[in-house]
Design a protein around this ligand. Structure first.
Ligand SMILES: Nc1ncnc2c1ncn2[C@@H]1O[C@H](COP(=O)(O)OP(=O)(O)OP(=O)(O)O)[C@@H](O)[C@H]1O
Ligand SMILES: [Mg+2]
Length: 506
């Protein structure tokens, strides 16, 4: 580290970053002190990731200066950023799943014995020793693929610290993590900050910003709105600063479903994932499916959409046996699925926003002479762009150039456009800003009034309480509890207890 008189570890001055048709950063100033826990917040497309990509040398700005420890760095490259101690921990783990923690820690820098063979014992001992210096007691022989999301994040941060990082950028580190895991990650981050490591924490979870950070920088439309001490703000105020207007809450009004059965599942079994699942989903019902990671809730949804083996049992959709052999067949039968991982199957990145939204309904928009009704297509796309606040220079923009949250909104729009009868939504509000969360809830509610059933697979219990008619809790592959709107037990604390497996407490 270069000794300097600067009180700042990082200073970014007057940064301008242009993309075709977009001024992503408009004369942005951003500063960070050693050991600071600073949150960076803003709506989808505000410029948060772009700003941090400039700091990490991934994007070159058109204008502006970057100082690290008081020293002007020009140009900033990924290599220089790394050497200077700036580390970007991405939401998608960069660790190698099939390798152990110890192997991952020394990846790219292996310890080899005299004969050139990897000295396993030494490797494990050394990894354990180093992790101990960070206050971590972890079995270093565990494979990374067996770790929880928070544990992976911790190992990634540790790896950066071993490479002498003093500034760590977490871009949505905790989307979405169960409470106890969030605590584990935050404890670790706090301890490192006390040792002088600065953190930039990007998140759409306002509660977590308040829990972890001392200071928050708010961005809007590529500009800095301001820097605030968290202690001087309340949550509503921060949300207003982020959106620039008052954000209306989603208020549920009672819905009267027809009570007709749409999907029936009897005695569904998949060894290692779930057992004896019996489930009836009604027309227009909004059902929540929750539980700890690995409880089987996501597997069930993915199985019903043919992305995984479904297992043995009986499934009936609209009175007919339901056994599609591929996702297209499921979609044809009226079942749609919003994946948690939008980088996987959700979007066609190189294609324009508009095409992605209407992809699944081209047939309906095409006349019997084979002509696409472009006027109707455009209207349809624009209505979604407006409703969900999809920030894009035009509907012709390839989706891969949109910000993370805006990509998620495109996937959601595409799915809803297919007019399914049953919609499985795996963490539908992951990565989207507070305002868009409300809009997504409203769309789910509207669909329900039109008779479309939704199954929300999520760990965001508070959000589910706002929109669900019924919430089921899974534990170790079984449905262990049911909560209905209107019951006194339809409350976050009660549901959380069931999630944690404290069934006797019900
Ligand atoms: N590679 C790119 N090419 C073109 N435009 C881009 C590119 N990356 C970002 N943009 C645009 O720059 C703006 C800022 O995007 P950025 O990814 O920084 O937003 P963000 O604040 O991180 O949003 P989110 O909360 O959704 O992650 C957006 O309008 C986006 O469309
Ligand atoms: Mg981003």
């Amino acid at each position: 580290m270069v000794a300097s008189d600067s009180p700042f570890v990082v200073q970014m001055q007057d940064i301008v970053k242009m993309f075709p048709g977009v001024r992503a950063l408009d004369h942005v100033n951003f500063e960070l002190k050693p050991g600071e826990l600073r949150s960076l917040v803003g709506k989808n497309g505000a410029g948060k990731s772009t700003l941090m990509n400039v700091l990490a040398g991934i994007y070159q700005p058109e204008e502006g200066k970057i100082y690290v420890n008081g020293q002007l760095i020009h140009p900033m490259t990924t290599e220089r950023a790394r050497q200077l101690g700036i580390a970007f921990v991405h939401q998608h783990s960069q660790l190698v799943p099939a390798l152990s923690i110890a192997e991952n820690i020394f990846l790219g820098n292996p310890l080899t014995g005299g004969s050139g063979f990897m000295a396993w014992k030494r490797l494990n001992d050394e990894a354990r020793k180093r992790l101990n210096t960070l206050g971590l007691e972890i079995d270093v022989e565990r494979k990374v693929e067996d770790l929880t999301v928070a544990e992976k994040q911790i190992i990634e941060i540790a790896k950066a610290l071993f490479a002498n990082a003093h500034t760590i950028i977490l871009d949505e580190a905790t989307a979405p993590l169960p409470k106890d895991e969030v605590n584990m990650l935050f404890d670790f981050v706090r301890r490192q900050s006390q040792q002088g490591v600065a953190f930039v924490y990007i998140s759409h979870y306002i509660e977590e910003v308040f829990e972890l950070c001392e200071v928050v920088t708010v961005m809007r439309d590529g500009q800095i709105v301001g820097d605030y001490k968290v202690a001087n703000l309340d949550q509503a105020e921060l949300i207003r600063l982020i959106s620039g207007t008052r954000v209306e809450q989603f208020h549920r009004e009672s819905r009267n479903g027809s009570g007709k059965t749409v999907l029936e599942i009897h005695g569904l079994n998949r060894p290692g994932f779930y057992q004896d699942i019996d489930l009836v989903i009604h027309e227009g019902e909004v059902l929540g499916l929750t539980g700890l990671e690995g409880c089987g809730k996501a597997n069930l949804a993915r199985g019903l959409y043919c992305l995984e083996p479904l297992g043995k049992g009986q499934v009936v959709l609209n009175g007919k046996p339901y056994h599609p052999d591929e996702p297209e067949a499921a979609l044809d039968a009226g079942v749609a699925y919003l994946p948690r991982d939008r980088h996987g199957m959700g979007i066609v990145g190189m294609r324009p926003v508009g095409e992605n939204v209407t992809f699944s309904i081209l047939k309906r928009l095409t006349s019997r002479f084979g002509l696409l009704d472009t006027g109707r297509e455009r209207k349809h796309i624009l209505s979604f762009v407006e409703k969900l606040g999809i920030k894009t220079p035009s509907v012709n923009q390839p989706v891969e150039f949109l910000s993370g949250g805006n990509q998620q909104k495109v996937v959601f729009a595409k799915l809803v456009s297919a007019e399914p009868r049953v919609l499985f939504l795996d963490e539908p509000t992951q990565g989207v800003d507070v305002q868009a969360k409300v809009e997504i809830m409203k769309i789910i509610d509207q669909l329900s009034r039109q008779g479309v059933s939704s199954v929300i697979v999520s760990e965001e219990i508070r959000e589910m309480l706002d929109v669900c008619d019924r919430i089921l809790v899974m534990y170790n592959g079984a449905i262990v509890a049911e909560f209905k709107v209107g019951d006194p037990n339809f409350a976050a604390e009660k549901i959380l207890m069931a999630v944690e497996g404290e069934r006797e407490a019900l």
